[in-house]
Unconditional design. Structure first.
Lengths: 454, 457
């Protein structure tokens, strides 16, 4: 993996010093500057040790093509996107590899609307990069970089204006935060204190050296869970390094799974703020769908990828949605995943319902997820997918990303992996047995038609 | 790394020059800094820059490239190159990088490499850096060993302390001089008030704003000294100085508003320094004969080198020289530092004025006078050396009575003067310098050479 540089629509990512060098980063920044045109570009980063080095390369690249870098310094990815609109910038570059391990870093490109670039626009940027001609400006047009004063201020105000701050403050919540030594280490305490919370933190050094796996999965949250228990907190919040994803820990110290973060947000927004269609991606838990449908709101599923969810939300006028990996999106605040929005909505839900995290979780249907992968030769993939489609043709089939079959209380997702020669099977059902049964069924169906031997 | 036709990158053993918007890309800056970072094996490196708009961009790229190779960066920010050079040993750094266009017009900029002793990188080390640069085989310390960056501004006080004790400050203060300094809106601007206060002269500073662009052509020479000259009678100044954007070179203007050739700076300072402390003098092979005469007056040995600060510094070190300098207004005193230092140069001239009362115009006229003529012929860099070879073949018939020297380009010496032809290191041109006792003689030799070059082109 050392020599792996992934250039794709979600940006450019690689291992720092091996493939992701300041030289490549400067070239990408130049391409981005040419792509957005002369004007200002917000630049921010997470806490990774390579962040300030890559930031300088980005700054030099932008300056050379006449774009003025506006520096947000260490800031959450949602804040960086948010600043584009408040500052009237032409776009932003977020220097973050999100949940990837610390040796990795990446550039993520944000357009004028504050969202990540969609497929078409990202391809345009890649074309400019590969063409390799980024016209530079003469010296008298080279702009100076400027620091953004209080970068998170406007973003946090927008979040706080959305929720009933007084109701939350009255509860004087005790909150534990695991910032994964990421951006939350600098910003989460201040944010939560404005909501009247008493905050205890772990992994709260902004070093970018992660002391736990960066994804906020239950198995990575041992420290936070014991912190919640020992400090008798009402809730535990686990952020990823760039502050877009959030997982919740209940008052007993149990990680309830990051799909529930979205379920909490959806429940709260639909009950208290706005009704409307809910958008989630294909592999988001069915429980989110149930919460929405119980409230008479339609659910749309999109391809995997944050920008796909965001674009569908904006097109449908959706008030709330997100990704099952803990990414809550409320377009009225910011059209992108935002752990701060997730925290505020969860606290508002607790305050208004007068219940604990585990009590609210009780009210949301439980599902079990089962997964499997089957080795496949590339030429076998189309027939295999056709077979699944024929078998389940009486069900509700979604063809956005492989074959997604929806049943009354469960779903099955069959798709070819983008990274390995395998077919991925995933199923969710009310019970473990039912989920396993769906997977077994698909496996039995496919196995005779697959195989690595010729 | 696309070089353009008009203003291509110029590489030398101590640095790289390029034109903003054309050849000087952020990627080149990062690569070059990474090459130096590899050469110093991830050690501590000081960074200073001038005020140019492109310097800000290059500065970001250079630091990024040093960090990538694991160097510990101490960022001095806007800092005259001589102050940066002075500071290297104080911070126990492995080297330094100066980002400054120096005397070059707006658009140009340069990344100059400085070794641990404060001098421009010597040619052998420079070759090693260029090899790394071309192979792009940079040090890779790993993601968790990326170099740190610390900004510091505590370098100027120790420098000014040293300068104050190197000079006879009491005499300068006592002289109560009024001095015009045109700082080219460069890296020296912010330090001038403290410099003046320390030495005790009344400062009238012009072009002393860090505006990011040059208010005049930054090369210190008479045609760029007109603003200073026009101010001098108004403020009744005793002398005026004109510097480049990194405060290394200086030319002067006398109290009557005469803009002296930059060739006068070195002989004037050398005369003052050698009078007190005789020693070996180092200069390049196309500096005015005034220097030869001054060295002879003080019975000091004169050593000549190819053109360029790096060569002067190398010879000063080898010969244990007392003072070195060039005809471009650059002066270096190794006892103080291994830099061409405009602040020191100004200080020494003020010291000589304080100790030997009298008008500066009189002092200038007392120097052995020569007439110097400078010409240039445009030529693509790839043709320059071939043309110089052709010219060399004509020299025997054109100047049968001249002594020919090939240290750097072609130099012909007659009893009453000399002529030097060389390819410019900074621009696509061949430079001609002709000096003689009589102006007509200098002019006619220069014109002959221009004609010969144009014929070959």
């Amino acid at each position: 993996m050392k020599d792996f540089l992934k250039v794709s629509i979600s940006g450019v990512r690689g291992v720092v010093g091996e493939t992701l060098t300041p030289q490549i980063v400067a070239s990408f920044a130049r391409a981005f500057g040419v792509f957005v045109g002369r004007g200002s570009v917000v630049v921010g980063r997470d806490t990774r040790p390579s962040g300030d080095m890559l930031e300088r390369a980005v700054v030099a690249g932008l300056q050379s093509v006449g774009c003025q870098p506006l520096l947000a310094d260490i800031a959450p990815t949602p804040t960086i996107g948010f600043l584009v609109q408040t500052l009237g910038a032409r776009g932003a570059i977020a220097i973050t590899a999100s949940h990837n391990p610390a040796p990795w870093n990446a550039l993520k490109f944000i357009g004028r609307n504050g969202c990540f670039l969609g497929r078409q626009r990202a391809n345009e940027l890649l074309d400019i990069y590969h063409h390799g001609q980024f016209a530079m400006v003469p010296e008298d047009s080279i702009p100076r970089a400027e620091d953004i004063p209080d970068p998170t201020g406007a973003h946090f105000s927008k979040v706080l204006n959305y929720v009933d701050v007084e109701a939350i403050r009255k509860r004087h919540f005790r909150v534990a935060v695991d910032a994964c030594n990421g951006v939350g280490a600098l910003h989460s305490r201040r944010f939560l204190e404005q909501l009247g919370c008493t905050v205890v933190m772990c992994h709260d050094m902004p070093t970018g050296v992660f002391e736990r796996e960066a994804e906020p999965l239950p198995e990575n949250l041992g420290t936070l869970m014991s912190l919640v228990t020992h400090q008798r907190c009402d809730v535990g919040f686990a952020q990823d390094p760039d502050g877009d994803r959030l997982a919740l820990v209940d008052e007993h110290g149990h990680a309830i799974g990051e799909d529930l973060t979205v379920a909490f947000a959806v429940q709260n927004v639909l009950d208290r703020h706005a009704k409307g269609p809910v958008v989630i991606h294909l592999s988001t838990s069915r429980c989110v769908q149930d919460v929405a449908e119980q409230r008479g709101c339609a659910v749309t599923r999109t391809r995997i990828g944050e920008i796909n969810v965001t674009e569908a939300m904006l097109a449908l006028g959706s008030p709330v949605g997100g990704e099952g990996n803990g990414g809550v999106i409320v377009p009225a605040i910011h059209p992108g995943r935002d752990s701060f929005t997730g925290m505020a909505l969860a606290l508002e839900l607790l305050a208004k319902e007068g219940k604990t995290v585990s009590q609210i979780r009780q009210g949301i249907p439980r599902y079990a997820l089962a997964k499997a992968k089957l080795p496949v030769r590339p030429e076998q993939v189309p027939d295999a997918l056709r077979l699944i489609r024929r078998t389940y043709e009486n069900g509700k089939i979604n063809l956005l990303d492989g074959i997604f079959v929806e049943f009354p209380d469960s779903w099955l997702h069959v798709r070819a992996s983008n990274t390995e020669p395998v077919i991925r099977l995933a199923a969710e059902a009310p019970t473990r047995e039912a989920a396993d049964r769906l997977i077994a069924e698909a496996r039995t169906l496919l196995t005779p038609h697959l195989g690595t031997s010729r | 790394m696309r070089a353009t036709d008009m203003n291509p990158l110029r590489l030398s053993s101590f640095g790289i020059r390029g034109f903003a918007g054309e050849s000087l890309t952020p990627e080149v800056a990062i690569d070059f800094a990474s090459a130096f970072g590899t050469f110093v094996d991830g050690g501590r490196v000081l960074i200073g820059r001038d005020t140019r708009l492109s310097s800000d961009m290059v500065h970001a790229g250079v630091i990024s490239g040093l960090q990538a190779t694991g160097c510990e960066v101490l960022d001095l920010g806007i800092c005259p190159t001589p102050m940066l050079q002075f500071s290297v040993s104080r911070y126990q750094a492995s080297g330094a990088i100066a980002i400054s266009g120096g005397h070059m017009r707006m658009g140009w900029n340069a990344i100059t490499l400085i070794s641990a002793n404060g001098a421009f990188l010597d040619p052998l080390s420079g070759e090693a850096v260029l090899d790394v640069f071309h192979a792009r085989d940079f040090r890779k310390p790993g993601w968790n060993r990326i170099g740190s960056v610390t900004a510091t501004d505590d370098f100027s006080e120790p420098y000014l302390n040293a300068l104050e004790s190197h000079l006879d400050t009491a005499s300068i203060q006592h002289a109560g001089l009024t001095v015009v300094i045109d700082a080219a809106n460069g890296a020296g601007c912010r330090f001038l008030p403290r410099f003046a206060k320390r030495l005790g002269f009344r400062l009238v500073a012009i072009n002393a704003e860090e505006a990011g662009f040059m208010a005049r052509d930054p090369e210190p020479r008479p045609r760029n000294a007109r603003q200073a000259a026009s101010i001098i009678p108004i403020v009744k100044a005793d002398i005026g100085f004109v510097t480049c954007s990194d405060f290394s070179r200086v030319s002067l203007v006398s109290e009557d508003g005469e803009t002296a050739s930059e060739e006068y700076t070195f002989p004037l300072v050398a005369d003052h320094v050698l009078r007190r402390t005789p020693g070996v003098v180092v200069s390049n092979c196309c500096t005015t004969r005034m220097v030869d005469d001054i060295a002879a007056i003080h019975q000091c040995r004169l050593v000549k080198t190819p053109v360029g600060q790096a060569y002067i510094m190398a010879a000063l070190a080898d010969e244990n020289g007392m003072i070195g300098g060039e005809g471009n207004g650059g002066v270096s005193v190794p006892r103080f530092s291994r830099a061409v230092d405009g602040l020191l140069t100004i200080g020494l001239i003020l010291e000589s004025m304080a100790k030997h009362p009298g008008k500066i115009s009189t002092r200038l006229h007392e120097l052995p006078r020569y007439h110097i003529v400078k010409r240039q012929v445009y030529s693509e860099p790839r043709h320059c050396y071939r043309i110089l070879e052709l010219i060399q073949q004509h020299v025997a018939s054109w100047a049968p009575d001249a002594h020919l020297d090939l240290t750097d380009g072609l130099r012909m010496d007659w009893k009453d003067g000399w002529l030097h032809v060389r390819a410019s290191q900074t621009e696509p041109m061949i430079r001609i310098i002709s000096e003689a006792r009589q102006r007509d003689q200098a002019e006619s030799r220069a014109m002959d050479m221009v004609r010969m070059l144009e014929h070959e082109l």
